[in-house]
Design a protein around this ligand. Structure first.
Ligand code: ASP
Length: 290
């Protein structure tokens, strides 16, 4: 993502989407709600916004399907839920949360996850709900350039949120369509607890975006939390160190971090990252490029 690939209308649309998600999360926290509810609300807003690669507006697999991955984690209990490869759930983050709260498992995939969604009344939609002409155009462009299975160089748009509530608890959630042109059945870092998503009140909450394969290999989100917990590094230091490790194995991307003390980091090694943050002192920031 560079200034050249984004015109003024696209910038305005993405900034509006970020502000709406920030508001959704902030409303929950201002009303005394939990970090878990705040990240759920923020990620749902982004899943419903076709400009972001999650829920409606998710990227296509090479075969032309939308296969969605999501995860959520609570820092106080380290309870977690995740789903991969769902094709009919309107808000995969809600399904991840239902997995976390309504059964003994952490991670469900494919048809089993869809059945769990139906059994628990999580909103089901026709796959057409997710498809947008712009994502189809991106798939066609990838195929015409013969870039192979992956668009790891073109753009990421995974959505994520981290929050810290009035009680000092943190939570993280991540949702994605993955990478344009991914092989069907491929699962990225986003729904993997410890790779793309992690939360631990002893350290912080982390959500990642970027080249998922390298984030998985680095155990990125957990590694950031472990560094903060065991070495005393700040959120910025731990995020930079782990992004450097990911760079060393050929990956790029970004992370958002919040700690129980309210320290935040928005770090990335790409030319930009859709991002926004707010706190109770009135700080409000929405940005795209470096
Ligand atoms: N990390 C995601 C994945 O590999 C892609 C992204 O962040 O856009 O599935």
């Amino acid at each position: 993502m560079t200034r050249k690939t984004f015109d003024a209308a696209a910038i305005a649309a993405h900034e509006a989407g970020l502000s709406a998600a920030l508001d959704a999360g902030r409303r929950v926290l201002a009303g005394g709600g939990t970090a878990l509810d705040a990240v759920t609300a923020a990620v749902c807003a982004l899943e419903d916004d076709p400009h972001f690669n999650a829920g409606r507006g998710a990227v296509f697999t090479y075969h032309g399907t939308n296969e969605l991955d999501a995860a959520i984690m609570a820092g106080d209990t380290r309870a977690a839920g995740a789903v991969a490869g769902v094709m009919h759930t309107r808000n995969p983050v809600k399904l991840a949360r239902t997995v976390m709260e309504a059964g003994p498992h952490v991670f469900l995939s494919g048809a089993g996850a869809e059945e769990f969604a139906r059994d628990h009344g999580v909103e089901h939609v026709d796959p057409d709900w997710f498809a947008t002409p712009e994502r189809w155009r991106q798939l066609e462009e990838l195929k015409s350039r013969k870039l192979g299975w992956f668009d790891s160089g073109m753009k990421y748009g995974t959505v994520g949120a981290v929050a810290r509530d009035a009680a000092g608890h943190v939570a993280a959630a991540t949702s994605t369509g993955g990478l344009t042109g991914k092989r069907w059945g491929r699962i990225g870092d986003s729904p993997l607890i410890g790779a793309g998503t992690y939360a631990d009140d002893r350290a912080g909450a982390v959500s990642c975006t970027g080249s998922g394969e390298q984030f998985i290999r680095a155990g990125a989100a957990h590694e950031i939390c472990a560094r903060m917990r065991l070495t005393g590094e700040s959120a910025d230091q731990a995020a930079a160190a782990v992004l450097a490790e990911i760079g060393a194995i050929g990956g790029v991307g970004g992370v958002i971090v919040v700690t129980p003390a309210g320290e935040t980091a928005l770090a990335f090694t790409t030319p930009g990252m859709f991002r926004a943050r707010a706190d109770s002192t009135g700080l409000e920031e929405v940005a795209i490029f470096a």
